[in-house]
Design a protein around this ligand. Structure first.
Ligand SMILES: Cc1ncc(COP(=O)(O)O)c(C=O)c1O
Length: 488
């Protein structure tokens, strides 16, 4: 199995870069002298990420087309999300079992809905403070202390945002200067590279390794740091891998960030969905600063890290509130000053009713969060059982979130062809791994957040398909990631 290590950074032809605006340059990719391997998905030509690397030269063509005036080259350079292509394809197959959706099947609990209705009836329908209503920020502060073991001042260290997607943008906009490098462990949530480019930064991907449980590794991060590095994005539990980075590894990453003077941008949107169970080798290590093993450790909780961490959070997954568009940032005061200024220009304030609903979510009963976690644990088992002893497919046992990242390389099909044929021949939709960066090549992501019967049937068809297309000449797995415990 290929064991690529690890760094892929945008390369640049200095001569041509010097003639270009920075935001535009940052989209260019050329191979650097660093260790290497992963072509950057955002600029990999091909269906799943659009044709970003070619967009630069398309810009003048668009301008010259005469259809309308020119578009911004920087905007054109932003790749379209590969996941959108998959959704478009799935729509063409109405009876398909879709294992693509990255959101809970539940909807928000009744007391949350009622709080929003009550706020509307009470006339809380005006602009709010750009940082959010005081009640919401206090609820976030209390929640963060109780669940994550980290204290934040609701006056100046917390900001309401319209969800983690905009939160991530604000965080990057506050700390990244044009041309700065941002390290992204790969595979990664599809927006990361494009959001870095949007603020004029350069995404540098670092491959996560299956033999390491796809967990983030401090040494690999450090190897990618250059004098231009400004930040690293830490996503645990991870999308698309389900990997949870241990408290001990977080401490090592924190040490690297502190010694090398870089920011950690911590995307913790799946934090309450950790399956700390007997088969996890380092269960204790996964205990977070509040002593909870079902909640992922936060890098911000490592002593000394709060001052160099921006936590990007959302109520989308925790409370099944994806459509409400509500989340928050936790960061040092001087960062919140910047993110507040930028947010003022972008949205003035966050939806007031969602903030009141957020107060109810964060301060109200939490049993439905625990229920969702148990539901995901049971559904994860459906995936593990369905793929057990499969000679062709294997996966790192997911430890959190609600995704399984399945290695399809032994089928001999690349992940895009695998996904297309699986949809055409078995009517099962999964997302090709390249949609999450070059390190996802050879894998497909399936979400197990949906209906259990569909999941069981979908996994059975996935397995049957893989075994059918498999040519035994390519061999079978001699070792399995699953079900053996991952190596630390
Ligand atoms: C890792 C990760 N971060 C952020 C988001 C976006 O969350 P939100 O709905 O809060 O914008 C998602 C959504 O799938 C995600 O998987």
């Amino acid at each position: 199995m290929q064991q690529q290590s690890v760094v892929s950074r945008p390369k640049s032809s200095e001569a041509s870069l010097s003639r270009m605006p920075v935001a535009f340059e940052s989209s260019l990719v050329v191979q650097s002298s660093a260790t290497v391997s992963e072509p950057k998905s955002a600029v990999t030509p091909g269906a799943s990420r659009g044709k970003a690397s070619g967009e630069a030269s398309d810009a003048p063509a668009a301008a010259a087309s005469g259809v309308n005036p020119p578009l911004s080259p920087a905007a054109l350079a932003i790749p379209r999300s590969g996941i959108r292509d998959v959704f478009d394809r799935v729509e063409q197959v109405p009876d398909a079992i879709s294992l693509t959706v990255g959101e809970p099947s539940a909807t928000a609990a009744p007391h949350i809905v009622e709080a929003a209705c009550e706020a509307a009836r009470a006339g809380h329908t005006r602009y709010t403070n750009v940082l959010g209503i005081p009640e919401y920020r206090r609820a976030v502060a209390e929640y963060s202390a109780r669940v994550k073991g980290i204290s934040y001042d609701p006056e100046c260290e917390i900001q309401a945002v319209d969800g983690a997607t905009i939160g991530l943008y604000l965080a990057l906009a506050a700390v990244v200067a044009p041309g700065d490098e941002v390290i992204i462990p790969s595979p990664y949530f599809t927006s990361y590279d494009a959001e870095v480019m949007l603020v004029g930064g350069r995404p540098v991907t670092v491959a996560l390794r299956p033999e390491n449980g796809m967990r983030i590794n401090a040494a690999d991060i450090e190897a990618a740091i250059t004098p231009r590095t400004r930040a690293v994005i830490i996503n645990s539990p991870g999308n698309p891998t389900g990997a949870v980075t241990s408290a001990a590894e977080m401490a090592r990453i924190a040490e690297v960030c502190t010694r090398r003077g870089i920011w950690a941008i911590a995307d913790e949107v799946y934090h309450p969905f950790v399956f700390a169970d007997d088969d996890m080798r380092d269960t204790d290590d996964v205990r977070n600063a509040a002593g909870k093993s079902a909640v992922a450790p936060s890098i911000a909780a490592v002593p000394g890290m709060k001052e160099r961490t921006i936590v990007v959070e959302s109520l989308s997954k925790t409370y099944a509130m994806t459509g409400w568009r509500i989340g928050y940032l936790l960061a040092p005061e001087n960062v919140i000053e910047q993110t507040g200024k930028i947010a003022e220009l972008m949205h003035s304030s966050v939806n007031s009713l969602s903030q009141y609903a957020g107060v109810a979510a964060l301060t109200g009963p939490q049993d439905h969060v625990a229920a969702m976690r148990e539901e995901y644990r049971a559904k994860r088992q459906i995936v593990l059982d369905g793929l057990s002893d499969c000679p062709v497919l294997r996966l790192v046992r997911p430890q959190g979130a609600f995704y399984a990242f399945v290695d399809v390389r032994l089928t001999g099909l690349d992940s895009d062809e695998f996904s297309r044929r699986l949809l055409d021949e078995e009517r099962v939709a999964v997302v090709p791994g390249e949609a999450f960066g070059g390190a996802g090549r050879g894998f497909v992501r399936l979400s197990y957040a949906g209906d259990a019967d569909d999941l069981r049937e979908g996994v059975a068809r996935l397995r049957a398909f893989a075994e059918r297309v498999w040519n035994p000449i390519t061999g079978r797995h001699s070792a399995s990631y699953h079900p053996v415990a991952v190596m630390a």
